[in-house]
Design a protein around this ligand. Structure first.
Ligand code: A2P
Length: 311
């Protein structure tokens, strides 16, 4: 069985979930159904920004109607999209997500980025560089407090943050009535964020690793070595008779994070969750720790003109 992390609320947060970023419409629904019915996934990571929640919603409705899984046995995460940070847009945006996913509540709702965009500009000026979209009139506090109201309204069980450096978490902790339950950041052997993980651990906040496989093979937009071709990971994989992807996922689980590899291919969906079934030894863990180079495949600094993550 997939291990869980116990949150402050007492809720169990499954340590391996199915990621859906870049999961195309026409494929994502089948991937969700296969993951849940054939492989035992009980955690789905979604976002309004991925533009596929309606198809996931149809898949979920089928799963519930057929009795394949009960709602209370699934953990479903969603994310607040940047153009909806203004307090008046937060709850209506969540209601749209719930409509798309065909749910009455989410288990976790994350602020996708700590950067507000101008309302509607994403649609009207999609060709502009990200920096032009940033709305400097909305504070993180305004958005967080509106997210807290969504918990109070029963629309989400937990709220949290994504793509945040520690200082933003520290600031939110000074005024939050409802503390962040989870931080979801890019994390993999080239981007381990040990200091942030330790800080979150002290605060009782769970960490989720996104892009745990280094986002796959398309690195034309980022450069950098391809994580899954790393020779150290290959050697550890060969030693255990596993794949480098399974080593990355097992490592994430073993260091106490939650991990959400994306795949729309059945054999990889299965392979990824089967990563929980073996153990890395101390020497493997040390070798992987030594791969850290604070390398982010995602480039928000370029997208938003804000150095969110300083090298
Ligand atoms: P696909 O969806 O075609 O299977 P990340 O979760 O780090 O963003 O990585 C997702 C990318 O890695 C996707 O391109 C996905 O491709 C690919 N991927 C997912 N699982 C595996 C695996 N077990 N081995 C190799 N590539 C994988």
């Amino acid at each position: 069985a997939v291990p869980v992390i116990k949150l402050h609320s007492g809720a169990s947060f499954p340590q391996v979930g199915l990621g859906t970023w870049k999961a195309e419409k026409g494929k994502v629904g089948a991937a969700v159904k296969y993951a849940v019915t054939e492989c035992g996934y009980r955690h789905l990571d979604c976002a309004s920004n991925y533009l596929n929640e309606d198809e996931i919603g149809d898949a979920l409705a089928e799963l519930f109607e057929s009795g394949a899984v009960k709602r209370e046995d699934l953990w479903i995460t969603g994310k607040l999209n940047n153009p909806y940070h203004h307090k008046e847009h937060v709850m209506p945006h969540l209601k749209k997500t719930l409509l798309d996913l065909r749910l009455d509540h989410l288990d976790l709702w994350l602020m996708h980025w700590p950067v507000a965009f101008k309302y509607l500009q994403e649609v009207t000026q999609a060709a502009n560089p990200g920096a032009a979209k940033v709305d400097h009139s909305v504070s993180i506090r305004e958005t967080w407090e509106a997210m807290e109201a969504c918990v109070e309204a029963g629309l989400v069980k937990h709220i949290g943050l994504s793509n945040v450096p520690a200082i933003i978490v520290h600031d939110i902790m000074t005024y939050a009535k409802i503390k962040p339950a989870v931080i979801q950041n890019e994390m993999h052997p080239y981007c381990q964020q040990p200091a942030l993980c330790e800080y979150a651990r002290r605060l009782g906040i769970a960490m989720t690793a996104y892009s745990p496989l280094g986002t796959g093979s398309n690195h034309s937009w980022t450069g950098g070595d391809v994580l899954l071709q790393d020779p150290v990971l290959a050697a550890i994989a060969a030693k255990h008779g596993k794949t480098p992807a399974q080593v990355c996922i097992r490592w994430a689980v073993q260091r106490g994070t939650v991990v959400i590899p994306k795949s729309t291919h059945d054999h990889r969906i299965r392979q990824n969750i089967e990563s929980v079934g073996f153990e890395l030894d101390e020497e493997d863990m040390q070798k992987i720790a030594a791969l850290d180079r604070n390398f982010h495949y995602l480039r928000p600094n370029d997208w938003y003109g804000i150095p969110l993550f300083c090298p």
